[in-house]
Design a protein around this ligand. Structure first.
Ligand SMILES: O=C1O[C@H](COP(=O)(O)O)[C@@H](O)[C@H](O)[C@H]1O
Length: 259
């Protein structure tokens, strides 16, 4: 495993890149890091706000959390779980990030209070459009945002990344990239389903720690582009930045290195 560092800017913390041998080790390492970070925070304060991601290695990492023995050292009653994006599909749909996260992790946490799980509202029950869902989700986030703050400073915000460089549901060239506020409805996603809900860049960049997780050679060009600081219009992952720290947790193939 190797690590390198990037430059810090006035509003963002340092950016670190950590390369892992393969996707399996990456998922285990993400789980260990997340549990350690939550425990560290809980030793000084509560609650802890964690933003989950969907995606292949994202869900694999959640399953690794569920299987990790340190899982039971966490006080889950003091952890709040959110999502960086959601596919605008009915509750229980297997393609919803929520459904996959429940199966991988949440269903294995008996002490996690249901009210600490802040899902992006699904279609139905008065929610007809991604915009309505996004507005309700923003309202829920605002309940936990300190008075006077623009955004909730999530403790850890996990992001998967697509081969096209999308993070959350912010896709290259999509109108969602320009959205203001905390959340946005997304239409015409190039990756199915076409309708989604996403945190905006400004909400993502208010997080204390942003961790981008990516595995596989098909992600290597986007990883390189984001780390080179290409425009977010073409590589949205370049805008994945945390106020305290940004971690790029990748496997060897996604790093672009040949073993
Ligand atoms: O659609 C999505 O895709 C990305 C990345 O998925 P992956 O399978 O290529 O890892 C994910 O981060 C995002 O949350 C999700 O909605």
């Amino acid at each position: 495993m190797t690590a390198g560092s990037g430059a810090a800017s006035p509003s963002h913390g340092p950016r670190l890149v950590v390369v892992h041998p393969d996707a399996g080790v990456l998922a285990e390492a993400v789980a260990a890091r997340l549990l350690t970070r939550v425990l560290d925070i809980q030793s000084v304060r509560t609650p802890v706000h964690v933003v989950l991601t969907g995606g292949t290695v994202g869900i694999r990492s959640l399953a690794a959390v569920a299987a990790h023995p340190v899982r039971d050292a966490v006080d889950w009653t003091g952890v709040h779980l959110w999502w960086g994006d959601e596919r605008f599909l009915p509750t229980g749909d297997p393609e919803r990030n929520e459904t996959q996260a429940r199966e991988a992790l949440l269903d294995h946490l008996p002490t996690l209070p249901p009210e600490n799980v802040h899902v992006v509202p699904a279609p139905g029950d008065g929610v007809g459009t991604p915009e309505e869902s996004a507005a309700l989700y923003a309202d829920e986030i605002s309940r936990f945002t300190p008075d006077g703050a623009t955004h909730l400073a999530f403790d850890v915000l996990l992001l998967g990344m697509g081969p096209d460089g999308h993070v959350a549901s912010l896709f290259p060239g999509n109108a969602g990239l320009d959205a203001q506020g905390t959340t946005t409805g997304v239409h015409d996603s190039p990756k199915p389903p076409p309708e989604r809900v996403s945190l905006t860049f400004s909400a993502i960049q208010a997080a204390q720690e942003v961790w981008v997780v990516a595995a596989g050679a098909e992600k290597a060009p986007a990883v390189a582009s984001a780390l080179a600081g290409d425009p977010v219009t073409t590589t949205p992952a370049a805008g994945a930045l945390g106020t305290q720290r940004t971690l790029w947790l990748v496997d060897l193939a996604a790093s672009g290195r040949v073993s």
